[in-house]
Write a protein that binds this ligand. Structure first.
Ligand code: NAP
Length: 287
């Protein structure tokens, strides 16, 4: 009689993204391509979760044995109350976009800002230390991005926003956490501040589809040779980036932020390096 092999079949790693709506999300295409390229037995599902079902859905992560999920609009803030541990950066940003199930304990992270900075360094400006950075906008995305930028020890970060009070409040809040020289102001300061900026980052929605002719600031105010980055990835090249490129600036679009926030999440779940180029290709193919 031949000896029988005693191998236990392993279950796939379950992952997903919770949001409302969710059908448009490019995360499933990106992560399923990543799982396949990494040779991992796993699946990443779009999970339509309405706000009134969020608590049950989060409990379902443990009940169903999910390894983790991403959380997107409108749940990023509300989800925090249902988690066991919130990572320090997510607490400071006030939003969670990635949950890891560590043997029944749910840990919340925010990979948006860290992902943005990894993308900026890999794709446009390798060294951020000592740089003078201008951030246009003071909303949710700006908060995560500025937190992660501050960890890179730039010389200073100036936040300019259409509603000046929001920029002033955000700067003073981040300064109070010891994050360095961060100031806030209104767009009337743009000419003076942009004249000496090394890096200009648009975190506003100005220029996003369908308002593709909008710019957050007059591109002529940006110094030739500065790096200009835009969080918007629809369109892939905004008018701000197009005009900055014509003025001799290094430009960086928003697709990389989306890819790298996913890459950092993937690494939290799988514990192996994310196949970033496969992820980028999958997203571009899904447009
Ligand atoms: P948010 O919290 O609603 O903040 C919006 C910001 O944009 C505010 O500072 C607002 O200024 C400003 N703004 C909106 N319309 C404007 C206009 N026409 N002119 C000038 N300023 C304007 O939104 P958010 O979550 O921070 O998202 C902002 C942008 O980041 C969006 O375009 C989004 O697509 C992009 N984003 C990209 C990624 C990625 O993965 N690449 C991730 C997250 C977000 P006021 O305070 O004056 O209203």
């Amino acid at each position: 009689m031949s000896e029988q092999k005693n191998s236990t079949p392993s279950l796939p790693v379950l992952l997903g993204v919770m949001g409302d709506p969710i059908a448009h999300s490019k995360s499933p295409a990106m992560h399923n391509a990543a799982l396949q390229a990494a040779g991992a037995n796993g699946i990443y599902m779009p999970l339509h979760v309405r706000p009134e079902q969020l608590e049950s859905a989060i409990r379902g992560i443990v009940a169903l044995g999910y390894r983790g999920v991403n959380v997107t609009i409108p749940h990023k803030e509300q989800v925090m109350q249902y988690l066991d541990v919130i990572d320090e950066s997510a607490r400071l940003i006030g939003a969670v976009n990635t949950i890891v199930n560590e043997e029944g304990k749910l840990i919340g992270y925010n990979t948006d800002g860290i992902g943005y900075v990894r993308s900026l360094k890999e794709e446009a400006v390798p060294e951020l230390a000592g740089k003078r950075i201008v951030v246009l906008g003071a909303g949710g995305a700006a908060r995560g991005v500025i937190y992660a930028l501050a960890l890179e020890k730039p010389e200073r970060i100036s936040i300019l926003n259409r509603t000046a009070d929001r920029a002033v409040a955000l700067a003073s809040d981040l300064r109070a956490h010891g994050l360095g020289d961060i100031t806030g102001g209104g767009m009337e300061e743009a000419a003076a501040v942009l004249a000496s900026a090394d890096i200009v980052i648009n975190t506003t929605a100005a220029g996003m589809h369908p308002h593709v002719d909008d710019v957050p600031v007059d591109p002529a105010l940006i110094r030739a040779g500065a790096a200009v980055s835009d969080l918007i990835y629809n369109p892939l090249e905004t008018r701000l980036l197009r005009e900055a490129k014509q003025r001799g600036c290094i430009v960086h679009g928003g697709l990389g932020m989306f890819i790298y926030q996913g890459a950092v999440a993937f690494e939290h779940w799988l514990g192996i390096p994310a196949p970033v180029e496969t992820m980028r290709r999958a997203v571009l193919d899904s447009f």
